[in-house]
Ligand binder design. Structure first.
Ligand code: HEM
Ligand SMILES: *[C@@H]1O[C@H](CO)[C@@H](O)[C@H](O)[C@H]1NC(C)=O
Ligand SMILES: *[C@@H]1O[C@H](CO)[C@@H](O)[C@H](O)[C@H]1NC(C)=O
Length: 558
């Protein structure tokens, strides 16, 4: 009851005797509420169909600790600790199980013959208004199928080949801009916020390929208004999602989300729709995401009216922050692990004689590059916590254990990729583990940074292409180091709101030895055929000494 209500309640009982009766009533009501909470918790812990699944007591009893943790941004570290303590399945809320066992991928996200698909829950993906169109990211499987069928044409090998010159053009621009920092024209100390520039790049590419025009973040050296708002979205989304999960609270949503954020999100949607409409208004042979989809739609109508607009906006968002986060994470690991940086630089500078040779096609075969990217995706997965699915009515098995219908289930990548059960030295950046994988210590099949199944990432090939190209061009053109050598920490120490905040201040320099052999190689890397156990000694020998911040991480992450 609010204070005013209480006041008029008191006023309406005109004598003290009545007030004392009122207090008694309040105590009874309050006591009743408390008692029902206790009963609710007792039910969840002792009688609920999930009672046999292990997990921390408060989390099994109430959804509240989960919601609080999402808001604090430490859910990934909590999950990691819980899985260390309770094993590969943990009950993290009265009606939710978290998995870090690789077999769960197929059961939860894949299509199992003879089993119903596990779908997204409508509560999670609730529309903001009833007339909002469906999207490729929505819960509606029918709409998803026809949209996926259309857009998959925009992400094929052939489309990627057509789009390559566009992407290569933006990388050229990125390198030119960074060159001004490397030569000291921008700042005397040659430092630059690399995270920002990497995000400018991914947003410019997505904007060009979706809306037919660049956001021009790279050109102006500053985030476009659309981009700024999009970058705030992660936090707003996690807020919405975590509250929607918890029925009595979802009605509070419009009070807890500041009006300004709601307004910004509506403005953003309007801006996106206008941009998308502009691109869709003409047919062309532009090598982008729209042309192949429009062609398909023409002979097999699958996407209608405003569905186009929302899908274009979603694709821009899905393809920018994720790839920007992956690139920033890999670069941070590289500047913090000089041995790996040397080895990768050697590979890149050994493979090309001139920057003009570095194309999307030409970077496909860099073995160590691929290992570095995969290790970055393992250690610092851009999609931190799993997107939950709902076990269909009637229940089903996951990892061989029965789960009742209506339970939320998710594979949590950060917790999974950092557990010592499945990876040796799980918190260390060791790309060598991908070159000679030891299936006894490292469970590579459990790594699925792009998800699996009908909802898996549609932009996987494009994402790898962008990452390889950018990293190769950066390392070919510059010697890159931390701006402040003490600014070392584990990516997982950050708070996360669906996405990572990403901070990376570096110093860029034009290599003294006109590229090629790279004066960087003070530690010659071991031969590529090195046996798997070499990577441990390799890591310890060549990595800059395990810093105190890394120790802090070990404490934080258990
Ligand atoms: C390193 C970069 C990226 C990572 C780690 C990543 C990760 C993911 C993951 C895990 C999903 C599945 C979500 C789920 O299961 O519910 C997903 C879906 C999706 N991603 Fe990506 N993504 C990346 C880059 C991109 C790019 C570059 C694009 C496009 C330009 C893109 C577009 C999409 C779309 C449209 C979906 C929804 C697919 C569907 O539901 O059918 N992503 N991504
Ligand atoms: C979402 O999940 C909750 C909990 O299982 C369930 O009560 C609700 O009906 C689901 N919503 C929809 C629309 O399926
Ligand atoms: C990974 O962990 C799961 C349990 O979470 C275990 O069954 C599996 O054997 C592990 N894989 C490896 C290679 O150790």
């Amino acid at each position: 009851m609010n204070p005013q209500g209480l006041l008029s309640f008191v006023e309406s009982w005109e004598n003290a005797g009545a007030i004392s009766k009122g207090i008694a009533l309040g105590v009874v009501l309050g006591g009743g509420y408390f008692a029902s909470l206790v009963l609710y918790a007792i039910y969840n812990v002792f009688l609920h169909p999930l009672r046999r699944y292990p997990g921390p007591l408060l989390w099994r009893a109430f959804r509240v600790p989960y919601v609080i943790s999402i808001h604090r941004g430490d859910i990934h570290r909590k999950m990691k600790r819980f899985h260390d303590e309770y094993g590969s399945v943990v009950r993290i809320a009265p009606n939710e199980l978290s998995y870090v066992d690789g077999r769960a991928w197929k059961d939860v996200y894949g299509n199992r013959p003879g089993h119903l698909p596990f779908e997204r829950n409508r509560t999670w993906f609730k529309k903001l208004s009833p007339d909002e169109p469906h999207s490729i990211m929505g819960y509606d499987e029918e709409a998803h199928t026809r949209m996926r069928r259309t857009f998959v044409n925009s992400f094929s090998e052939k489309s990627l080949r057509d789009q390559s010159p566009v992407i290569e053009g933006y990388v050229e621009l990125l390198i030119n801009k960074l060159n001004a920092f490397a030569t000291g024209q921008q700042r005397a100390d040659n430092t630059v916020d690399l995270n920002q520039w990497l995000n400018y790049f991914t947003f410019d590419v997505s904007g060009d390929l979706s809306f037919g025009e660049s956001f021009d973040c790279l050109r102006h050296g500053k985030a476009h208004a659309w981009v700024e708002i999009a970058q705030d979205f992660g936090k707003a989304l996690s807020l919405i999602a975590s509250i929607n999960l918890y029925p009595p609270f979802h009605k509070l949503l419009r009070y807890v989300i500041p009006k300004k954020i709601m307004q910004r999100s509506f403005d953003h949607r309007a801006m996106s729709a206008a941009k998308a409409r502009e691109r869709l208004s003409f047919e062309s042979e532009r090598p982008d995401f729209v042309t192949p989809a429009q062609k398909y739609n023409k002979h097999k109508p699958s996407i209608f009216g405003s569905e186009w607009e929302i899908n274009m906006a979603i694709i821009v968002f899905a393809g920018s922050e994720t790839a920007g986060s992956a690139l920033t994470a890999v670069m941070r690991e590289l500047v913090q692990n000089r041995g790996v940086m040397s080895r990768l630089t050697e590979e890149v500078r050994g493979a090309f004689e001139d920057a003009s040779q570095i194309t999307i096609a030409a970077t496909g075969n860099l073995v160590y590059m691929n290992a570095v990217i995969n290790e970055g995706l393992r250690l610092d997965p851009p999609v931190v916590i799993g997107v939950p699915r709902l076990v269909p009515a009637g229940g089903d098995t996951v990892c061989g254990q029965w789960v009742p219908g209506g339970t939320y289930v998710a594979y949590n990548q950060f917790a999974a990729n950092r557990q010592s059960r499945n990876f040796s030295h799980p918190n260390s950046f060791i790309p060598e583990r991908f070159i000679n994988p030891d299936t006894k210590t490292d469970d590579m099949t459990s790594l699925q940074p792009f998800g699996i199944g009908r909802h898996s990432c549609i932009g996987t090939k494009l994402a790898y292409a962008e990452m390889r190209l950018v990293l190769a061009r950066l390392l070919f053109a510059f010697d890159i180091a931390l701006a402040d050598e003490t600014d070392r920490w584990d990516w997982g120490e950050q708070k996360t709101y669906i996405l990572w905040p990403q901070l990376l201040r570096v110093q860029v320099r034009v290599p003294r030895t006109s590229a090629r052999t790279g004066g960087l190689l003070s530690h010659p890397p071991p031969a590529r055929s090195a046996a798997i156990h070499d990577f441990e000694s390799y890591a310890w020998r060549y990595q800059v000494k395990w810093s105190s911040s890394a120790k802090k991480t070990e404490e934080l992450l258990g």
